[in-house]
Design a protein around this ligand. Structure first.
Ligand SMILES: Nc1ncnc2c1ncn2[C@@H]1O[C@H](COP(=O)(O)OP(=O)(O)OP(=O)(O)O)[C@@H](O)[C@H]1O
Ligand SMILES: [Mg+2]
Length: 232
């Protein structure tokens, strides 16, 4: 198994403010699988993504990637794992404001041993003609595509996306979803994508629903619907 999540528990705070967020999460994801994570606000989706990404630690349980446990990695190895093998797309774009589109993407390429070709990726992202613009000269969708470019240019084994279309309108959201689908087909990255949007589950290989700190449903789609045909 490519990614094994076993018995993950996580709580925050103490006394009055104590919250039990993840109460024992077990999940297995195959290489190249496109997994969509659904659940109400506050159900722990981002928390789980941060633990898979090695950004936050769990109170119990383990994350194993290609046979290696994150918890066993020393700080240096963990930061190498994050830098070289992990792409993270946040809801807010976090672009570097004084770098162009191309330069923002090159930052990601610089972190990798095996980056994708920047020109080809700019084409795929539909950003080739915007490559010399600064983030504040771009639309929201173009900024989000730049952020996706920066994450994907590393050619990461795992791409974690937290509501990548949360701030976008219908048409732009669809463009972004089509793009993520294309990247998954073209480069075979394993994708874990958090969303509030129930319709998006139909484009995934695997659908996982979280509620009250537990996985309530976990199934594979027998027939996927291409992002282009999704309606909501
Ligand atoms: N660093 C933190 N300190 C304290 N509580 C936290 C922290 N991070 C998350 N929480 C709490 O954990 C719960 C789950 O948060 P999380 O961000 O994982 O939810 P989510 O499913 O991503 O929600 P949303 O859909 O609104 O993004 C929430 O009750 C939140 O307040
Ligand atoms: Mg969240």
């Amino acid at each position: 198994m490519f990614l094994e999540i076993k018995g993950i528990k996580k709580s925050f705070g103490a006394g009055e403010s104590y919250v039990d967020v993840l109460k024992g999460i077990d999940l297995e994801i195959e290489k190249g699988e496109f997994c969509v994570l659904l659940g109400p606000s506050g159900s722990g989706k981002s928390t789980l993504l941060n633990i898979i990404g090695g950004i936050d630690g769990a109170d119990a349980g383990s994350i194993t990637i290609q046979g290696e446990q994150l918890g066993d990695m020393k700080e240096k190895k963990l930061s190498l794992y994050r830098r070289k093998h992990l792409g993270y797309i946040f809801q807010m774009y976090n672009l570097i404001p004084n770098l162009t589109v191309r330069e923002n993407i090159e930052v990601g390429a610089y972190l990798s041993d095996r980056p994708l070709d920047v020109d080809e990726l700019l084409e795929t992202l539909g950003l080739y003609e915007h490559q010399r613009k600064l983030p504040n000269q771009l639309s929201g969708g173009q900024q989000q595509r730049t952020a996706i470019g920066r994450a994907i240019v590393k050619n990461p084994d795992i791409l974690l996306c937290d509501e990548p279309t949360g701030a976008l309108d219908y048409n732009t959201s669809k463009e972004i979803l089509k793009l993520i689908e294309t990247l998954n087909h073209k480069y075979g990255n394993t994708i874990v994508m958090v969303t509030h949007n129930d319709a998006i589950k139909d484009m995934a290989d695997r659908v996982v629903k979280l509620r009250d700190g537990m996985i309530r449903r976990n199934y594979q789609n027998e027939q996927k619907i291409p992002a282009a045909d999704l309606e909501w």
